[in-house]
Design a protein around this ligand. Structure first.
Ligand code: ADP
Ligand code: ZN
Ligand code: ZN
Length: 821
């Protein structure tokens, strides 16, 4: 009789699934989506995912049995697997890589090495070295030791040599054990002991407590709570409500009057249901909503192009209400950085506990809980708010997907694989579920707008801000001229300073944007021109004054600030360029009485770092907020009247075919933070090139003009949306090998694509060619929309296979990045 087998997806970059043997019991139980622990390689145990159950014996290797079944039901759905297959295929990566990206780490069991004694050891223990003997002895009393326990027994950190010696002498064995990391959080509850449940018993109890006022109060409070809405009373609640110290409750527990018990609690639970009903839409929003619904009758995807503060979120809310009415799940995707408590609490106001948040900054256990709720399709996770990886969750009744700020480049995963674009993959997800997809932005990506204009997507526009507030007045200030006329104080023009003063006078708040963090990007010797470089990357170190350090923004390398040149010893070193830190410092000198704050990746570390600064700004504990891109993302502050951009030029000069589009988007977004509620906002953009086309367009809100200019260029120079780009990256420590690898691949590609419409660019070293001591070299493949994408990818994979067989290139990683952003 034939045996049963299962193909298992392992969370590793190998392209295939792996086949294991099953007992017939396992074969009846297991279905696609179950997790199993399986042996792999030497002494390794992995958590794998059942992909298929079948009876076909593998031909190339002998199937091992699985170690353990980890679930009693699938944790991944069939629809999910289908979507993951699409991602792996389209973005040219393995199913295992998608699996790893999708599943909360706590569900990917950890494998930890255990040391056990080898019972068949028959050597002479007295010949063992001292350290070895200590381990041997410990194992006579304990059957297993973890590696870190061994370390403390022999009091040294590096135990592997010792273990290796013990293994080779047959004293110990090493065993891998898989254990479950996820532990639901337990909450301690209290109740009255059974014996006091009758009225008489309770009366008698209160009598005996008549001298112990506080204890009596606790018992009475417990009674009140149970008579009210509560079914269970948590220990903590009881302490709070009766206003006594924990010791009072403890003595009641000790006396056996109260008893305690534990219940599972959701970590991300919050108390309170909905507190408000959704807002009455204004006529523009109302019309947009009707148009969206109308498009949805014939189209699966609609783009909502609504200017900043037009009230897009309120329109989404109405659509979410409709979906919930139909008992459908809703996925609301946002760029990570825009996923703030501002928005979360706004949605929770309307939808209460039905909103779940899925966020990489949440810890492992919290993520498992959200996963489970969505899998159960329960009440709790009807609306899932999350960053890009939220679209990999186990939805089963998905009806609506909203991709807010759809133009954001952070929707594209950069490293590691799967290098997917969450907006695009969400559209595919929508198709698989028959769900509608709404893309929203004040400055849509060129690709999306083009798709809308050509009729592939529905297009709906809102051109007015809510409350008919005018769009902000944007003024370009020529700082070249200001410098010449000596009208600059530090990095501030007289115009910007006048506006800041006026704004503060009227009790308004100010946002200042500068694209770099730190104090100054470059430290330069005035004598020999040397500037300190990162030893691991091809970049200059950035000066951070607060820490008095020079830091690398790519790898984190840092050294103390140097006051003399490291090359020639001259003490004439000077800084060039400026970052947020320097702006904040200048501000303090210019406006000593004003409260300033800074929001960049240096000040927002940790789970709530971002929120804290936002809250402070909302509470008006900060008058002027200086920040990087972070201050531009979807924030809604009623009191900001002025936005200043200290220098727009560095954005325009970025070496990327999207630089102009991005500059437009960024300036419009940051400008959009001004004057959102009542009065018209003011925006000052400082630049060396005020006549630049894109700056002109951004200052006059001429989105359409920007789009048509950029589309012309893209068509002419063969870029998206007219061509698809696949970037091929070669990465390794050896410069020459990386170089050769790029050349070899480029020759193979050129001959492979000869005579076709596919174009190959490069190989080229990017501007920062070395990061963390790894060299990078790029090739770009351009495939016309009319070209055959599938055939091109097949060709790439085929060449990739030959490449991987070349011994010389073994240490040069080959990476495909499809639709590179
Ligand atoms: P957008 O997402 O388009 O930038 P928001 O949805 O954040 O705009 O709306 C901007 C501000 O206007 C928010 O403070 C929001 O509460 C308010 N707002 C929008 N629509 C309405 C409405 N119909 N009634 C009352 N307030 C609204
Ligand atoms: Zn020097
Ligand atoms: Zn570095």
């Amino acid at each position: 009789m034939n045996s049963w087998y299962t193909d298992v997806i392992l969370p590793i970059p190998l392209a295939h699934t792996f086949t294991y043997e099953l007992t017939s019991d396992q074969a009846t139980l297991l279905k696609p989506g179950f997790r199993v622990a399986v042996p792999f390689g030497k002494n390794k145990i992995y958590t794998g995912l059942v992909y298929k159950v079948h009876r076909k014996m593998p031909v190339r290797y002998e199937a091992k049995p699985i170690d353990q079944v980890l679930d009693d039901g699938p944790v991944v759905t069939g629809e999910q697997l289908k979507h993951w297959e699409w991602i792996a295929d389209y973005y040219m990566c393995s199913l295992g890589e998608v699996f790893r990206a999708a599943i909360p780490p706590a569900l990917l069991l950890e494998s930890e090495t255990l040391v056990v004694r080898n019972d068949s050891f028959d050597g002479d223990e007295s010949t063992l070295k001292d350290e070895d003997w200590l381990v041997y002895e410990a194992l006579q009393y304990q059957s297993v030791l973890k590696v870190h326990e061994v370390a403390s027994i022999i009091d040294r950190k590096h135990v592997l040599p010792v273990l290796k010696r013990l293994i080779s002498q047959g004293v110990i064995k090493v065993q891998e054990e898989v254990f479950e990391q996820y532990k639901p959080k337990l909450v301690r509850y209290v109740k009255l002991k059974e014996a006091y449940n009758s009225d008489e018993a309770l009366q008698a109890l209160l009598e005996t407590l008549h001298r112990a006022h506080k204890q009596k109060k606790v018992v009475l409070t417990l009674f009140q709570l149970l008579a009210g809405a509560e079914e269970q009373v948590a220990l903590k609640t009881l302490e709070e409500k009766s206003g006594v110290s924990p010791s009072v409750v403890k003595s009641l527990l000790d006396k056996g009057i109260l008893e305690d018990y534990y219940l599972k609690e959701d970590r991300i639970g919050f108390d309170g249901g909905t507190t408000e009903s959704s807002k009455q839409l204004n006529p523009y929003q109302e019309q947009a909503l009707e148009e969206i619904k109308d498009h949805f009758r014939s189209k699966d995807v609609v783009l909502l192009h609504g200017v900043t503060a037009s009230g897009k979120t309120e329109v989404y809310v109405k659509l979410i209400e409709d979906a919930l009415q139909r008992n459908e799940q809703v996925l609301y995707l946002l760029p990570e950085i825009a996923l703030t408590t501002q928005l979360i609490s706004r949605l929770r106001m309307y939808f209460g506990e039905q909103v779940a948040v899925y966020h990489s900054r949440y810890n492992a256990n919290e993520r498992v809980e959200v996963w489970q709720h969505i899998l159960d399709a329960g009440e709790k996770a009807q609306v899932v708010l999350g960053a890009r990886s939220a679209m990999l969750l186990p939805f089963s009744r998905l009806g609506l997907i909203i991709v807010d700020e759809e133009h954001e480049s952070s929707f594209k995963q950069f490293d590691p694989a799967p290098r997917y674009h969450a907006r695009d993959a969400a559209i595919v997800l929508g198709m698989m579920h028959g769900a509608k997809v709404l893309l929203g932005s004040a400055t849509p990506a060129l690709e999306s707008y083009y798709n809308a204009k050509t009729g592939k997507y529905g297009l709906v526009e809102i051109t007015r801000r809510h409350g008919n507030v005018l769009m902000p007045d944007i003024e370009l200030v020529d700082i070249k001229e200001k410098h010449r006329k000596k009208r600059m104080k530090g990095h501030f023009s007289d115009r910007l300073l006048e506006e800041i003063e006026a704004c503060l006078e009227e009790q308004g708040q100010v946002i200042l944007f500068q694209n770099r963090r730190g104090f100054a990007p470059i430290l330069e010797c005035q004598t020999c021109g040397h500037s300190p470089q990162c030893p691991n990357c091809d970049v200059s170190l950035t000066f951070h004054r607060y820490k008095n350090q020079l830091r690398c923004h790519y790898c984190g390398y840092h050294i103390a600030m140097q006051h003399s040149c490291m090359a020639c010893g001259s003490s004439e070193v000077d800084t060039k360029g400026f970052g947020t830190e320097q702006i904040e410092e200048e501000l303090r000198a210019l406006f000593p009485q004003v409260k300033t704050g800074r929001m960049d990746s240096d000040t927002t570390r940790g789970k709530h770092g971002h929120e804290k600064i936002i809250n402070k700004f909302e509470e008006r504990e900060i008058d002027i907020l200086v920040g990087t891109q972070m201050v531009t993302k979807g924030l809604d502050f009623a009191n900001v009247r002025l936005v200043g951009v200290l220098q727009a030029d560095s954005l325009l000069n970025y070496p990327d075919f999207r630089a102009h589009e991005r500059t437009y988007q960024l300036l419009q977004q940051v400008a959009g933070r001004a004057g959102r509620s009542k009065e018209r906002g003011k925006v000052i953009i400082q630049t060396f090139d005020p006549l630049h086309q894109v700056l002109q367009q951004a200052s006059m809100n001429r989105y359409e003009d920007m789009v048509s200019d950029q589309l012309n260029e893209r068509r002419q120079f063969r870029y998206p949306p007219f061509y698809r780009l696949i970037k091929i990256v070669f990465r390794g420590r050896d410069y020459n090998r990386v170089n050769e690898a790029g050349e070899w691949f480029s020759r193979a590609l050129r001959s492979g694509f000869k005579g076709s419409s596919v174009e190959v660019l490069g190989p080229e070293f990017p501007p920062v060619a070395r990061i963390r001591n790894q060299y990078h070299k790029h090739l770009i493949v351009k495939i016309p929309l009319s070209g055959n994408l599938r055939a091109s990818k097949t060709m790439l994979k085929k060449i990739g296979k030959s490449y991987e067989a070349i011994a010389n290139f073994r240490n040069v990683r080959l990476i495909f990045n499809v639709d590179n952003y």
